[in-house]
Design a protein around this ligand. Structure first.
Ligand code: COI
Length: 363
């Protein structure tokens, strides 16, 4: 099912549409829309029976392999409503490609990328009335795959389910655009070279929870991970890639297999280079960040992610020291990146890179 005509995605509409929430005060990822996409995989048959059905609980055997060995991958992207009522997706083809890269790492059979894109488009079109219109809100799209074979032996599953669910969301951080404090984690590590750090798989997030709980106790929203070998080089922040502005140069950790190849990360790098700002992808020792801070050169820091967009970092907590960045206020370049990215996404600005895709459908 790699080329040729796509199988038809059957549409089974709900008879009991739910009340839609007001966009004002929406939290992240708590409410789900009327429909979901689902298809199954069996060995010998491949992916089959793609359909959109009413959002509902699913039934799995307690022995389903996903519960035991975490053979699962996921994605996150958003649909945005423009001022003139159109609904648009941001670089969805990048998410689908990354989904298949994660599948390859987790020994999950790949999905047909055109079918996955059409499933996303058609599901969002079906629930287009759920795309909120208030400033800063969007419809979060969560595609994911789980191993469903009932078997407690360790081996790739012979059956899977691919699903997509939708959630109208506001800001990921309750702080919104207020700069957050981040704890530099020195005990736990998130990933090691050769591991699954660059795959979007649930285990990476489960392993991050202990450090995140500790960070919360210190008043921090997230942790900044250091590399798993030297415990020295900056990797990423909780659910975001990380950037620092040191003097007139922006630096971000290079992709090396242990960090997520973020789509917002890539978009920010492209915007910076388009504006002629020097942007480097390289190894960044935490000592370099501390030294830049001491010398007054650490002007801005921010995280990027689909959920988090561009989130200013106002403080790093490391080895008992609190390093305040940019007076704890959002920096000029961080604000420009946020305004430009969201301007393109919500159709307030030109889309010079052709990043947006219209979904069609009416509100
Ligand atoms: C996203 O930014 O979409 C993510 O997947 C991060 C998530 C853990 C909320």
């Amino acid at each position: 099912m790699r080329s040729g005509t796509l199988p038809e995605i059957e549409l089974h509409l709900t008879r009991a549409p739910k009340p839609k929430p007001s966009g004002a005060g929406l939290r992240f990822g708590r409410i789900f829309t009327d429909h979901m996409f689902i298809m199954e995989y069996e060995e010998g048959r491949g992916w089959h029976s793609p359909r959109i059905v009413p959002y509902q609980p699913i039934t799995l055997e307690p022995s389903a392999m996903v519960f035991h060995y975490a053979q699962t991958v996921f994605e996150g992207l958003k649909a945005y409503r423009t001022a003139d009522g159109r609904i648009r997706l941001f670089r969805p083809e990048m998410n689908v490609k990354r989904l298949n890269r994660s599948c390859a790492r987790l020994s999950i059979p790949p999905v047909d990328e055109r079918l996955a894109l059409e499933a996303i488009r058609k599901l969002v079109e079906t629930d287009s009335g759920w795309v909120p219109e208030e400033e800063g809100t969007s419809l979060y799209i969560r595609p994911f795959i789980i191993a469903t074979e009932p078997h407690v032996g360790v081996a790739p599953s012979s059956s899977y389910r691919f699903m997509i669910i939708l959630s109208p969301v506001g800001a990921y951080y309750p702080e919104g655009l207020k700069p957050v404090s981040i704890l530099v984690e020195t005990r736990d590590v998130r990933a090691v070279p050769g591991g699954v750090g660059e795959a979007k798989t649930g285990g990476n997030y489960a392993a991050s929870l202990r450090a995140q709980e500790e960070a919360k106790k210190l008043g921090c929203s997230q942790v900044l991970w250091l590399d798993g070998i030297h415990r020295r080089y900056v990797e990423e922040v909780g659910s975001m890639n990380v950037f620092f502005k040191i003097g007139d140069t922006v630096v971000t950790p290079e992709l090396g297999g242990s960090i997520l190849d973020g789509i917002t990360r890539d978009s920010v790098l492209r915007l910076l280079r388009h504006w002629g700002v020097k942007a480097e992808e390289r190894r960044i020792p935490i000592d370099e960040i501390r030294e830049a801070h001491r010398a007054g050169m650490l002007e801005e820091a921010f995280g990027t992610g689909t959920a988090a967009v561009v989130s200013p970092i106002g403080e790093l907590v490391h080895a008992g020291d609190r390093l305040v960045i940019g007076g704890g206020r959002i920096g000029g370049l961080t604000a420009k990146l946020y305004d430009t990215l969201t301007g393109i996404q919500y159709g307030r600005l030109e889309d010079p890179f052709g990043w947006m895709t219209d979904v069609g459908g009416k509100a």
